[in-house]
Design a binder for this molecule. Structure first.
Ligand SMILES: [Cu+2]
Length: 287
């Protein structure tokens, strides 16, 4: 009998000389993701609470800390856990768990995912964002975990069925498991700020398609790009993001206003063929 998973959320101030050790428990659970137009689909996610999460947990840890990460598999299939450059687990059987200790010696963004049955388990929701943050960085951060869903696939994949990657034709497009207009209620995603005050956005593409996020109103700087260091430093208003890659953008707004951000591939602004219930949100900048 597995004991229920505990929500462990620690905000710890740390100095460079005193590493803090934190215990984090991620539980693999399946459940229902609410989509636009009253639709819903079964997904599988990593939850850091005792509840099912519609989108895998955002993990923000401090540089220098030590994380004891326990992954509990409450699903009926075997799963794994992998974050390139950080940690990799061997397969975890249904009902089993596995713990590893991670020394956070490098700041940065890491995509985590279930590398079992790749890329389908990660597609089903078993993928997310780890941000190892330098505690001296006090910039407000926002996080966009972007992905698509091919609604025909989920009932097949969650019942151990097989799909053909060449049939991929996604019809729902989400940010943090959410969509326009509800996404603007997600304080992790929805940028709110002030003129002259820098903010940063971490973007991770946990889907299987390329997305290209287009910002109205402002130019942003690419300050971290997993695809190529050659892209870092560019100032632009549209940023392509390839599957399983990440970007970090910086912006210091020069004017107040509410400006849209959306995927320039306009099919991704839809949900169930309805416009504009996909990847569309706004930046709200006060004077
Ligand atoms: Cu536009």
């Amino acid at each position: 009998m597995l004991k229920s998973c505990l929500a462990i959320l620690l905000f710890v101030a740390c100095s460079l000389t005193h590493a803090t050790t934190i215990d984090v428990r991620l539980c693999i659970k399946s459940g229902s993701l609410t989509l636009s137009g009253g639709n819903s689909l079964e997904v599988v996610t990593y939850s850091n609470t005792n509840l099912f999460l519609e989108n895998s947990a955002l993990l923000v840890w401090n540089l220098g800390d030590v994380v004891n990460l326990t992954v509990v598999n409450n699903d009926s299939e075997e799963h794994g856990f992998n974050a390139d450059g950080l940690v990799s687990y061997s397969t975890i059987s249904s009902g089993d768990s596995s713990t590893q200790t991670i020394n956070l010696s490098n700041a940065g963004v890491f995509r985590y995912n279930d590398n079992v049955n790749s890329p389908f388990n990660a597609y089903l929701g078993l993928s997310g964002i780890i941000h190892v943050k330098d505690p001296s960085d006090l910039t407000p951060y926002f996080y966009w975990d972007i992905r698509e869903i091919h609604s025909d696939w989920n009932p097949i994949l969650t019942n151990s069925g097989i799909v053909n990657i060449t049939d991929y034709d996604p019809d729902f497009f989400t940010v943090n498991g959410n969509h326009n207009p509800n996404i603007n209620l997600d304080t992790i995603a929805r940028v709110t700020g002030n003129v002259g005050v820098e903010f940063k956005i971490v973007l991770v593409n946990n889907g299987l398609s390329i997305h290209s996020m287009h910002f109205h109103g402002y130019h942003l700087f690419n300050i971290d790009d997993s695809r190529s260091p050659a892209f870092i430093g560019r100032e632009k208003d549209t940023f392509p993001l390839y599957p399983h890659e990440h970007l970090v953008l910086s912006c210091t707004p020069d004017k107040p206003g509410e400006y849209p951000v959306h995927d320039h591939n306009l099919v991704a602004v839809t949900g169930g063929q309805e416009y504009a219930t996909g990847m569309f949100l706004t930046l709200l900048i006060a004077p």
